[in-house]
Write a protein that binds this ligand. Structure first.
Ligand code: HEM
Length: 373
């Protein structure tokens, strides 16, 4: 392992031996980029012992992840059940695009995504949450889901969100948060005392909401940043590895609405706005990677990289068409962020790992019900 200037690089042979396959380890053992010159085994062992002795880490220790069926049931119990729709990101539209990787992308990853040739991409834009009638003019989450169709039938899928952090650090914490928000059958409202008690014990669940509340309503799907929130590793042809967190940033810049303008736009303007902007040929995103430095935490989706990390552009995604209605190829598929090409890998983040099975359960339910949107 060596640290190269501002960027932390390591050879694959010395990748820290964090046990991604062991739920106990990944749910309470922070995955930092190694600090130069430290003995990794000693560092992680020390952290593990400290973690068992502290309540914040210890609270995760005794729990296995909630099973994906219960997780998706809880989505329905908290957010409502809407047959045929995704249990999260329900209000969405299919689009298509192409990605052209940059020389910087090619330099850090051997993936064919960065060959510099145009790669076809299936795109889906959506509003966060399970409600297919969610309002477009509120300060809520927007999503950008992508599938890159790489040569030799390789596929890269991802689901990115309009905040640099997610609303929970572990599946268990996410489940608890959803439970705390579930409406009481009598009052039809969430119990504020329950919501507060859970958030007080798990303050990380408030970070995403605070971020979104601090920003104005996005003017368009095309003019918003979308973060991957997990840590990802990129390995190049020389077997060197770079870790970081990515963000898709609109080439034309971020645009927002004043409160007044948001009100006058009404609850359903995002699809038509996107169609108009794509028709004008102006919807492109830079695929940027913020590069982690030694000591940065990579396995927690509620903690972004520190400000000011070096950012490189891995390529440009251009959206070229949008479905005129609620049909399209994104309807009958999922965007599973654990499907990555050779040359790209995920950090051992328990939230990343937990996504696959829940997406598959949601997919099974909506396909059986008759897929919509
Ligand atoms: C344990 C954690 C999580 C669970 C259980 C979960 C669950 C789900 C489910 C059930 C869906 C609908 C899937 C489908 O029917 O195709 C979904 C969609 C989505 N999720 Fe998650 N999610 C989790 C974490 C995250 C995180 C950390 C992010 C942050 C990037 C994220 C971003 C998205 C996006 C962007 C979509 C919409 C994808 C699309 O358009 O098809 N999720 N999630």
């Amino acid at each position: 392992m060596y640290v190269n200037g501002q960027s932390a690089r390591q050879t694959t042979t010395t990748t820290p031996s964090v046990t991604a396959s062991c739920p106990l380890h990944t749910s309470f053992l922070p995955f930092h980029l190694p600090i130069q010159g430290t003995n990794m085994k000693f560092t992680y062992l020390t952290v593990a012992i400290l973690a068992i002795g502290t309540s914040s880490f210890g609270s995760n220790f005794a729990h296995a992840d909630p099973d994906p069926n219960s997780m998706v049931n809880q989505f329905e119990l908290t957010g409502g059940k809407f047959e045929g729709f995704r249990r999260s990101g329900a209000k969405g539209v299919c689009a298509s695009g192409e990605f052209i990787g940059s020389p910087e992308g090619k330099n850090i990853s051997s993936s064919s995504a960065f060959s510099g040739k145009a790669i076809p991409v299936i795109v889906r834009f959506s509003v966060g949450g399970g409600n297919p009638k969610a309002a477009d003019n509120t300060k809520s989450q927007r999503n950008l889901a992508l599938q890159f169709a790489l040569p030799n039938n390789e596929v890269w899928q991802m689901g990115n969100i309009s905040a640099p952090v997610f609303g929970a650090a572990t599946p268990d914490q996410f489940f608890g948060r959803l439970q705390s928000l579930q409406a009481d059958p009598t009052t039809k409202m969430a119990d504020p005392a329950k919501v507060k008690a859970f958030a007080d014990a798990n303050p990380a669940v408030l970070l995403q909401g605070k971020y979104l509340a601090s920003k104005s309503v996005p003017a368009s799907y095309a003019s918003t940043n979308y973060w991957g929130v997990h840590g990802f590793g990129f390995t190049n042809a020389r077997n060197e590895k770079v870790w970081g967190k990515w963000v898709f940033e609109p080439v034309e810049g971020v645009q927002t609405l004043s409160d007044e303008d948001a009100k006058s736009k009404g609850p359903n303007f995002l699809f038509d706005d996107l169609r108009q902007r794509v028709a004008s040929g102006k919807v492109s995103f830079n695929f940027n990677l913020e590069i982690a430095q030694a000591g940065d935490l990579l396995d927690n989706a509620t903690i972004p990289l520190p400000e000011g990390r070096k950012k490189i552009t891995l390529g440009v995604l251009k959206v070229v068409s949008v479905s005129p209605d609620s049909t399209g190829s994104c309807l009958t598929m999922i965007f599973d962020p654990n499907i990555m090409p050779k040359g790209v890998e995920g950090a051992p983040d328990p939230m990343l790992r937990a996504r696959t099975a829940s997406y598959a359960i949601s997919f099974g339910r909506r396909i059986t019900e008759g897929p919509k949107q």
